[in-house]
Design a protein around this ligand. Structure first.
Ligand code: ADE
Length: 419
């Protein structure tokens, strides 16, 4: 099959990169070993729209070990690791359609190219493949056994499709598994967002006023890590429960209108649009940094920024664009408002993607084995898969835990015993 990547000559370094990540992905490696023996994905054609990283390469190797034919396209124009894309096409016999820095038109043409495999199973990080199938390639929908969705934003889109009655095949919300969002979203996003901001700017976080917009799992992880680095963290929320949790976790909670005046650094992680907009930009301090770690580049209104700056923009260093407002105030947008952890750093560490991608592979196997029982709706990952991933992760970390005694099992199952 054809492919489209930036530079095939990067393959050798890419292989080392993929192997380095693999060392930190023992759960996925265990799945791969079994898949090699049992070939549960024979005759499955998988199109996967994921960030093209070393971790994703190890997922692709696992799916192929299971007998699947796999094609990849990137799930963000800035997140592709070109060396990994080269390793995949040149050494791991996996076609890739992704170039770091591609424009939006190329991004969508790459999705179209991946779909030319005529997949019967898809994997998404943000639901762009499913959306394309349901809107532009409806001819493919009847053959899709199932689709897997990696991220919160994608799951939200899929639930909206289900509510609108347009979903035509079963989809699995990988994001909602415990061994995904409790770890990947919290510790993965927390650390890699700090990593991206530091690589882009080199600022000292200690003593900084950092405004974290959104206190879902990703926001919680980020606020925790920023606090750990010595920042003064302010949280903004629209959900009362989450706001309460942030307050009791020890963070100052403010409406963005007020936080705007305070922040030295703003990070959006809400999954919603226009979280930072004109009214906020006008209140911000000179030199404020603006970053987004949500899936799409809609959380910071770049249109509003451009209007205010009358298009006076200059790149002051890679991944840092200066917008100079009429009054001379400068605001700095990081990584074009695209997800900072993948655009300016390498995304979540392999150790945490290990669990997320083991879930992807095992749930794909489950879907293929249970096709007859599945309907066009959003499914949770089966609990036994979640438990197995947690058990094995603990084991590979050298952690053993207690077992319930018989007496404890009886106690937990009973109701007669009280004070
Ligand atoms: N999403 C966040 N981090 C990632 C990574 N390292 N690889 C693939 N997808 C990711």
């Amino acid at each position: 099959m054809e492919y489209d990547i930036n530079d095939p000559s990067l393959a050798e370094g890419g292989v080392r990169h993929v192997e380095w990540a693999d060392q930190a992905m023992p759960v996925l490696a265990e799945v791969r070993k079994r898949f090699e023996r049992e070939r549960p994905l024979a005759a499955v054609r998988i199109a996967a729209c994921l960030h093209i990283t070393a971790e994703t390469a190890n997922l692709a190797r696992t799916l192929k070990a299971g007998g699947a034919q796999v094609v990849l396209c990137g799930s963000n124009p800035l997140s592709t690791q070109d060396d990994v894309a080269a390793a995949l096409t040149e050494r791991y016999e996996t076609p890739v359609f992704a170039r770091c820095g591609e424009d939006d038109q190329t991004y969508y043409s790459h999705i179209a190219s991946a779909l030319s495999l005529e997949p019967n199973l898809t994997m998404d990080d943000g639901a762009d493949l499913v959306t394309t199938i349901l809107t532009k390639r409806t001819d493919l929908a009847d053959n899709i056994v199932a689709s897997m969705e990696e991220t919160t934003t994608g799951v939200n889109r899929l639930r909206a499709m289900e509510a609108d009655g347009v979903l035509r095949f079963p989809v699995f919300a990988i994001n909602d598994a415990m061994t995904k969002h409790l770890f990947d979203n919290r510790y993965g996003t927390g650390q890699s967002t700090v990593d991206g901001i530091l690589r882009a700017t080199g600022v000292l976080l200690a003593g900084m006023n950092v405004v974290v917009a959104g206190y879902g799992m990703c926001g919680r992880g980020l606020a925790m890590r920023m606090k750990g680095m010595g920042a003064h963290v302010v949280v903004t929320e629209t959900d009362p429960l989450r706001a309460l949790e942030a307050a009791m976790d020890g963070f100052e909670v403010l409406p963005m209108d007020q936080a705007a005046k305070r922040g030295d650094l703003f990070v959006t992680v809400t999954g919603n649009a226009e979280v930072l907009r004109k009214e906020h930009f006008l209140k911000m301090k000179d030199g404020a940094l603006l970053a987004n770690s949500g899936h799409f580049n809609v959380e910071i209104s770049i249109d509003n920024l451009s209007e205010l700056a009358e298009d006076i923009v200059r790149q002051v260093r890679p991944n840092v664009d200066e917008f100079r407002l009429e009054d001379g105030k400068r605001l700095y947008l990081l990584a074009e408002g695209r997800l900072i952890n993948l655009a300016a750093a390498e995304g979540h560490p392999a150790c945490v993607m290990d669990m997320s991608f083991a879930l992807q592979a095992l749930t794909a196997e489950f879907a293929v084995k249970n096709t007859a029982d599945l309907e066009p709706k959003v499914y949770r990952v089966p609990e036994d898969i979640d438990q197995w991933v947690a058990q094995l992760k603990l084991q590979t970390m050298g952690i053993t835990i207690d077992k319930l005694t018989e007496r404890q099992q009886q106690y937990m199952a009973g109701w007669q015993e009280g004070t």
